[in-house]
Design a protein. Structure first.
Length: 227
C-alpha cells in the first residue's frame, strides 16, 4: 500500500472513531491551557485536571500567578511529578508574560518557546488549541503510533512531526493530533499491545515493526533463552 493511501485510510478511521475531539486538559483561556500543558509533562492529564481547579482559583491570570511565591504554587501542584521545577517555571513564565507581552499569551510559537518550561510540543498545543494555527504536537502516543503504522522512522519526535505533516492535510493537523492521542490510549498501549486486534495496527503495521517491538519488550529471561 502506498504511503498516501495508508494516510488517507488512517485519517478516515480516526475521523469515524473520534468525530469530536475535546481538549483533555481542562482550561478556560490560552493562559490556563498554557499552564495545564506545562504541568502535563511526565504526568497524566487526569492528574493535572485534579490539581488545576485550586491553582486556577488562586491564579487565573499571569498577574495573579506572578504574585504567588514559588512555594505557594508548589503547594497547589505538589501531587504531580517535577512539582518544584514546574512551580519555578510557572511563576517566571507569568512574570515574562507581563514583562514582554502585556500579560497576554502570545500567538507566536517562537515567543512561546522562549518562556521557561515551554518546549516545542507545549507551544504547538497552545498554537493549535487556543489560536487555531495548524500544528502537529507530537507526544509519546503519537510518536509510538506513527512508528507502528510505518508513517515515520521513529528516530525522534522532530522527524515524526515532519513526517506526519507531510502525510496529512494541513487543515486536519489540529484535530488529528488529538484523535491519535485518543486512539493510542484506547487501542494502542505501549506494552502488551495486540497488533492483531488493533483497528489500525492490524493492517497498517509491518512485520518488521512487530518483530522489532517484540524484541524490545522481551523479558530478560526470554532474551537469554533466545541466545
Amino acid at each position: 500500500m502506498k504511503r498516501a493511501e495508508k494516510c488517507s485510510r488512517i485519517h478516515a478511521q480516526l475521523e469515524a472513531l473520534y468525530p469530536v475531539t475535546p481538549v483533555p486538559l481542562e482550561h478556560s483561556d490560552p493562559f490556563t491551557l498554557l499552564v495545564a500543558v506545562m504541568l502535563s509533562a511526565q504526568t497524566t492529564d487526569k492528574k493535572v485536571n485534579e490539581v488545576t481547579p485550586a491553582l486556577f482559583a488562586a491564579a487565573p491570570d499571569p498577574a495573579a500567578m506572578a504574585s504567588l511565591e514559588v512555594d505557594e504554587i508548589r503547594h497547589y501542584i505538589r501531587a504531580i511529578g517535577l512539582a518544584p521545577t514546574k512551580a519555578k517555571n510557572l511563576r517566571r513564565m507569568a512574570e515574562l508574560l507581563i514583562e514582554r507581552h502585556d500579560g497576554e499569551v502570545p500567538a507566536d510559537e517562537a515567543a512561546l518557546e522562549a518562556l521557561p518550561g515551554v518546549g516545542h510540543k507545549t507551544a504547538s498545543v497552545v498554537m493549535a488549541q487556543s489560536f487555531g494555527v495548524p500544528s502537529f504536537p507530537v507526544d509519546t502516543h503519537i510518536h509510538r503510533l506513527a512508528w507502528r503504522w510505518g508513517l515515520s522512522s521513529g528516530k525522534n519526535v522532530q522527524q515524526t512531526e515532519k513526517d506526519l505533516k507531510r502525510c496529512f492535510p494541513r487543515e486536519s493537523w489540529n484535530k488529528l493530533h488529538l484523535q491519535i492521542i485518543f486512539f493510542g490510549r484506547e487501542y494502542c498501549a505501549a506494552r502488551r499491545h495486540d497488533w492483531e486486534t488493533c483497528p489500525i495496527c492490524s493492517w497498517a503495521g509491518s512485520k518488521t515493526r512487530r518483530a522489532e517491538e517484540a524484541k524490545k519488550h522481551a523479558s530478560p529471561k526470554r532474551k537469554r533463552r533466545a541466545r
